[in-house]
Design a protein around this ligand. Structure first.
Ligand code: ADP
Ligand code: MG
Ligand code: MG
Length: 252
């Protein structure tokens, strides 16, 4: 199993508040899974905990990537192991050029895996080719990371990062929020182009519309810190039509 989460329980470090109450989730290589669910159900917390963000305490369960215990690893080790997270609000990094950032990230991962670094010339070729395929303005590569980027540019930049790092498991948390239809189409095309038999995706979204463009293999509904229902793409359409009320009432 590519991503294997069992009974994951998480509370806030600062507060005695349990947020994840036993999440079970398996994503096999080559598949796109979507997680939907009402606001506050714990979707973002799940992605933060997988990425190793501070402020959360795992109180039970496990999370493995290709059999490797993710929860034992530092955030950068998780990335080197092949985990990639695109967040709802991408960070801005003043003073660090986007190109430098991308190359540093790629080489750090290569180093952690014991692979040779990419030369400047090869990297330049790679980044130009990927940027072109994603219709990214070459100017965006020279600017500091995400500084002054529009919402759509930030998301496209994340897809560029993904295309360059070639992760095993990609998690996108509300990557559709704040995107206009054209930008969403571009992000979806970028994701679809990266779909591959060896790669898994977890697409977290509150709304169904992104899933019109990225057709998931499996859809999960999360509520109050648990996955409460799992189905095919039709589950997303059911949410679109009837909201979460019916599904949550049915599983309660
Ligand atoms: P979702 O992404 O599904 O909207 P979140 O994971 O953002 O849900 O939040 C789940 C619950 O945990 C919410 O009730 C939220 O208020 C709470 N929560 C998450 N992180 C924090 C935090 N750092 N401080 C206080 N409450 C938090
Ligand atoms: Mg939210
Ligand atoms: Mg969220």
């Amino acid at each position: 199993m590519l991503l294997d989460i069992k009974g994951l329980e998480v509370k806030l470090e600062e507060e005695d508040k349990q947020i994840l109450k036993g999440v079970d989730l398996e994503v096999e290589a080559g598949k796109v899974h979507a997680i939907m669910g009402p606001n506050g159900s714990g979707k973002s917390t799940l992605s933060y905990v997988l990425s190793g963000r501070d402020g959360y305490e795992v109180t039970g369960g496990s999370a493995r990537l290709d059999g490797v215990d993710l929860l034992e690893l530092e955030p950068e080790e998780r990335a080197a192991a092949g985990l990639f997270l695109a967040f709802q609000y991408p960070v801005e990094i003043p003073g660090v050029g986007n190109m430098t950032f991308l190359r540093t990230s790629l080489n750090a991962q290569k180093k952690a895996r014991g692979e040779p670094e990419v030369s400047s010339a090869d990297f330049l070729k790679l980044v130009r080719e990927k940027a072109k395929s994603l219709q990214i303005d070459p100017d965006m590569l020279k600017r500091p990371v995400n500084m002054g980027f529009s919402g759509g540019e930030k998301k496209r930049n994340e897809i560029l990062q993904m295309a360059i790092l070639e992760p095993r498991m990609c998690i996108l948390d509300e990557t559709d929020s704040g995107l206009d239809v054209d930008a969403m189409k571009l992000v979806s095309d970028g994701v679809n182009a990266l779909r591959d038999a060896g790669r898994g995706f977890l697409v977290i979204t509150h709304y169904q519309r992104l899933l019109n463009h990225i057709t998931p293999d499996v859809v999960h509904i999360m509520s109050d810190g648990r996955i409460v229902k799992t189905g095919g793409p039709e589950l997303a359409l059911e949410v679109e039509e009837n909201g979460y009320g019916d599904i949550l009432g049915e599983v309660a």
